[in-house]
Design a binder for this molecule. Structure first.
Ligand code: SF4
Length: 332
């Protein structure tokens, strides 16, 4: 399988607004290091889940790779082309059709004054304009609406977002993302605002669409059970960095990094035997302030196994086996 997306040492720093007093006293400008040296690859047809607590930088990473945000540094290569600092006018020519994003809140993603059919048609208008007739556009929209389960599509075409349930709205958002036949999709917590009963249906739909349209996914979630269900590989993020990455089964059943182990030990597995065999790890306090990131391993202030080296040196990703890596000195 060829690599569709490659990310190298990606960084995004947001400046913290200075007060009048800060400026008067000549205080140094501070930055929130939301993404701070992230590297990974996604192969064509693969689903990589990015997991971690809220504020770990996973959403910012998702927005960077589809270039809704401009990186501070690093490199993003899509389909062999460096798009790290490519201008929007250039991205619109090809990249915006190939890469799409699905957001968490389907209601906020849809214009309340636009009929569902019009909202799904909009990207066709933007990218193809008059090259497609009104009739052709409508045919495309109805086709994709049936694929996502908005049936009969003629009925849903004329509905407004408020007339749909949460699950139907998310189906409409998925249809809008797919109408341009993209190759790559960032799905940012696409099921977390939905009822539990609907979540499984939407996940199943995404799996079916992935097969049918040969899609590649970066799937962002804080929910480990979702990651286990949907992903081929899982990358765990902590304070702007990836601390563990590997095959979904390996990472979930044999987590290596202390943070991953703590995160996962709180989540029940379907098999009670596996649940009992897992070691329970408790971590200290809340994550540190992303403006003042700890030295060395950034997890050390919370880690019950931290030693002197952890405080001084930042661990690189260390190979555990062919398909499993972790950034923890315990494995060096
Ligand atoms: Fe804990 Fe040290 Fe491993 Fe970091 S490198 S997770 S501080 S043991």
């Amino acid at each position: 399988m060829s690599v569709i997306l490659s990310v190298e040492n990606l960084k995004k720093y947001f400046p913290v607004e200075q007060t009048f007093l800060d400026r008067l006293l000549g205080r140094r400008k501070e930055y929130v290091k939301a993404v701070d040296g992230v590297s990974f690859e996604i192969k064509r047809g693969e689903t990589l889940a990015l997991v971690g607590e809220s504020g770990c930088g996973k959403t910012t990473t998702g927005r960077l790779v589809v270039r809704l945000l401009k990186p501070t540094g690093g490199k993003i290569v899509f389909d062999g082309i460096d798009i790290t600092f490519t201008k929007e006018s250039e991205l619109r020519k090809w990249f915006r059709r190939k890469a799409q994003i699905i957001f968490q809140d389907p209601y906020a993603s849809l214009n309340p004054k636009m009929k569902i059919g019009e909202a799904i048609e909009d990207p066709l208008l933007i990218h193809f304009g008059d090259k497609l007739s009104k009739k052709e556009r409508k045919e495309e929209v109805l086709k994709i609406m049936s694929k996502v389960g908005l049936v009969p599509p003629e009925y849903f075409y004329d509905r407004y977002p408020h007339e749909l349930s949460g699950g139907q709205r998310q189906r409409a958002v998925i249809a809008r993302a797919l109408v341009l036949r993209p190759e790559f999709i960032v799905a940012d917590e696409p099921t977390s605002s939905l009822d539990v009963s609907i979540r499984a249906q939407i996940l199943k739909l995404l799996q079916t669409l992935k097969e049918e349209f040969k899609l590649t996914f970066l799937f962002i979630t804080h929910d480990l059970a979702t990651a286990y269900y949907i992903a081929d590989r899982i990358a765990v993020m902590y304070l702007g960095r990836i601390v563990e990455v590997g095959d979904a089964k390996k990472v979930i059943l044999n987590p290596a990094h202390i943070y991953t182990r703590a995160l996962f030990s709180a989540v029940p597995l379907p098999d009670p035997k596996l649940n009992r065999s897992r070691s329970k790890i408790k971590i200290r306090s809340e994550p540190p302030n992303p403006i003042n990131i700890p030295s060395g391993c950034r997890f050390h202030p919370r880690c019950p196994y931290a030693e002197e080296r952890c405080r001084r040196q930042n661990p690189p990703l260390i190979k555990i086996d062919e398909k499993h890596f972790t950034a923890c000195w315990l494995y060096s």
